[in-house]
Design a protein around this ligand. Structure first.
Ligand SMILES: Cc1ncc(C[n+]2csc(CCOP(=O)(O)OP(=O)(O)O)c2C)c(N)n1
Ligand SMILES: [Mg+2]
Length: 384
């Protein structure tokens, strides 16, 4: 990725002994991949603590076991590229510049969170001019619908002659929607610089992948759209990065859309409330013991000469960062009720908008509502 370590505090790169890295990533960048995976996991663990204290508003979605797929794929993008994440792409958003403080405030629906308490979990975006914004689109819940949206976003890149790329994530379940098909077909035909990452994590809620599709691999669907498709090990952060990078480079060269399928496993339920009773016995334990993306990457880094002390220092820095962000987020206030009207009406409003119907519920209005309650506190038309 074009981004270099720095703002996030990974120490200056130092050359270690041991096996030479087998990709073009520098040592500093390889440590940064570790940093983002560990940050994702630790931040989600903190969110679980807060959830159990009832401080999280709404559901909590984990990406346990999928950190390599989220981080490695997003790392293949440049700052000016645009990413469309899903609920299991906290790691991708962190790579693109989302901060733990924003995430914590957003999950706790604080008044100064990115959506001011009006949306939940990681449903927020930051898009606009390249270089000014971080380039992640606010996600919507209907599965697959971000594919046509990102086909449109990347069509504008092509039409303006901008060498920017878009990346949209879909789960195995989302591939069964009409929106996925329409969006990817449009992107293919229009040669949009779009990378469609299919996160094949074994389940769509309680539906196993074998009941989702008869294709052997989701990357095989690419043939039907006339675009390249590749399957990679989604629990190997380097393999994920390299496969996505190939698709990103192709798109940037003007060669159009492609599919990257990342093989991974959802080790938690759909959300925290889901006890995964439908998962065969032993499957979760097997993935945790044999195919944890962070454990695998740590083993690899050690083989390349990274010392445990370096990794522990990164872990300690992450913990301090999350502790500070949690303290700050907890101190933030809840949203003001009338703040719900901000951004809904023209600013300044042309009329005093009411959020209840005048003349209804008269008893409540007389006895309980303070004066001006129910109206946005704005001058009436012509007041100036
Ligand atoms: C069109 C549509 N149908 C159903 C849902 C309800 N729903 C939300 S997430 C989900 C499962 C998604 O599975 P997958 O696409 O594999 O993503 P994963 O959760 O595994 O990351 C379902 C059925 C929805 N949001 N949109
Ligand atoms: Mg899935």
């Amino acid at each position: 990725m074009a981004r270099t370590a720095g703002a996030r505090g990974i120490g200056a790169a130092r050359q270690g002994s041991g096996v030479a890295p087998d990709t073009s990533l520098t040592r500093e960048q390889r440590l940064q991949l570790y940093y983002f995976m560990r940050l994702t996991r630790s931040l989600e663990e903190r969110l679980v603590n807060l959830y159990r204290q009832t401080k999280v508003v709404g559901g909590l979605f984990r990406s346990l076991g999928q950190e390599a797929d989220a981080v490695g794929s997003a790392y293949a993008l440049r700052q000016e590229d645009v990413l469309s994440p899903l609920i299991r792409n906290l790691g991708s958003m962190l790579v693109k510049g989302a901060t733990p403080l924003e995430i914590l405030k957003q999950y706790m629906a604080k008044g100064d969170s990115p959506t001011r308490g009006r949306e939940l979990n990681i449903h927020f975006g930051d898009v606009g001019a390249p270089g000014v914004t971080r380039g992640f689109v606010g996600q919507i819940s209907p599965l697959g619908d971000m594919v046509p949206v990102m086909a449109g976003v990347t069509l504008t890149f092509r039409m303006r002659g901008e060498r920017r790329v878009g990346l949209v994530y879909v789960g195995d379940g989302a591939t069964s929607t009409g929106a996925f098909h329409e969006g990817i077909n449009f992107a293919a035909v229009q040669r949009c610089p779009l990378v469609v990452v299919i996160e094949n994590n074994g389940y769509a809620y309680s539906t196993p992948t074998v009941k989702q599709s008869l294709v052997r691999q989701f990357a095989d669907k690419a043939i039907g759209y006339g675009i390249p498709g590749e399957t990679a090990d989604g629990n190997d952060v380097i393999a994920t990065y390299e496969a996505t990078r190939r698709a990103v480079d192709r798109a940037r060269r003007g060669e159009g859309a492609s599919i990257v399928e990342l093989m991974t496993f959802r080790r938690k339920g759909h959300a925290e409330h889901d006890n995964q009773s439908y998962v065969p016995a032993g499957e979760l334990e097997r993935w945790a013991a044999e195919n944890d993306p962070i454990d695998r990457y740590v083993a690899r880094l050690r083989g390349e000469g990274v010392r445990d002390a370096e990794l522990s220092a990164i872990d300690a820095r992450i913990l301090a960062e999350i502790d500070a962000a949690t303290d700050e987020a907890e101190l933030s206030g809840i949203p003001e009720p009338l703040g719900a009207l901000k951004g809904i009406y023209a600013d300044p409003p042309a009329e005093r908008p009411l959020w209840f119907r005048e003349g209804k519920g008269a008893v409540v209005e007389q006895s309980e509502r303070p004066s001006s309650w129910g109206t946005f506190d704005a001058p009436a038309r012509g007041a100036d």
